[in-house]
Ligand binder design. Structure first.
Ligand code: PLP
Length: 231
């Protein structure tokens, strides 16, 4: 078996094991293929894998044009509003919605394409100030906003967060716990009308997926542990 297939099947086993433990909700594996050539994606595709994550719209769009149409494309990177139109026709889930203005643009471009685009709101949980995202107050403000309630072309499926890049496991665990707690509070407040199906918590990458699963992740975004280190 090739390395990519090997590593992918290891993750599929981990996820299957985790799905057995927490029977309430399935965990989705997003294979993060940014910077990797199309052959690498096809290797994963041939095992039956369909969920791929990219962090640049240009690169994702080029790949989506030449690769099979049943791939589910996940946008996981910070997005400029003027580029949303390129992915609006096909993107499966945008994990990285980090401002009200971006959400407004996604709603607009989704309408043009006669679609409802699934979105996660990115929350700033890390210590680094460079990471993008909402805080809890801003999330609540957004959901209470009358303008937001009129957006018929986006569905808010949940939250996404990135922990601090550190070896300190307790720090990472604390941040994931805080994201899960925020997720539960937002859900309990009932600010979203029911069509939003607020169920997904995207957290966990190569370095911290084990902790993320223990803390309630429903979506892992794994790059280097599947495709190898990036340049
Ligand atoms: C690159 C990236 C990942 C995957 O990172 P790995 O450490 O290679 O697993 C996950 N999430 C986001 C937002 C990324 O940009």
């Amino acid at each position: 078996m090739s390395k990519i297939k090997d590593r992918l099947s290891k993750f599929q086993d981990i996820i299957r094991g985790s799905n057995d433990h927490h029977a309430t909700q399935e965990v989705t594996l997003v294979a993060v293929s940014k910077t990797k050539p199309e052959e690498d994606l096809m290797e994963a595709y041939e095992t039956g894998h369909r969920d791929f994550g990219e962090n640049k719209i240009q690169e994702m769009t080029t790949k989506s044009e030449s690769l099979p149409k049943d791939i589910r494309w996940h946008m996981i990177g910070h997005t400029q509003r003027n580029k949303v139109k390129y992915m609006a026709p096909y993107v499966h889930l945008i994990h990285s919605v980090d401002s009200p203005r971006l959400l407004k643009e996604i709603n607009k471009q989704a309408a043009k394409n006669d679609r409802v685009i699934d979105c996660l709101l990115q929350v700033h949980i890390a210590e680094e100030s460079s990471k993008y995202g909402f805080d809890e107050q801003e999330l609540i403000q957004l959901m209470e906003d009358e303008l937001f309630k009129e957006y018929q072309h986006v569905q808010i499926k949940g939250l996404m967060g990135m922990a601090t890049f550190t070896d300190d496991e307790e720090q990472v665990r604390k941040e994931f716990k805080s994201l899960k707690a925020m997720f539960d509070r937002v859900k309990d407040r009932g600010l979203l009308d029911r069509r939003h199906d607020f169920t997904e918590l995207s957290m966990g990458m190569t370095g911290d997926y084990e902790i993320a699963l223990e803390e309630g992740s429903t979506m892992l975004r794994i790059g280097s542990a599947i495709f190898g280190a990036r340049d």
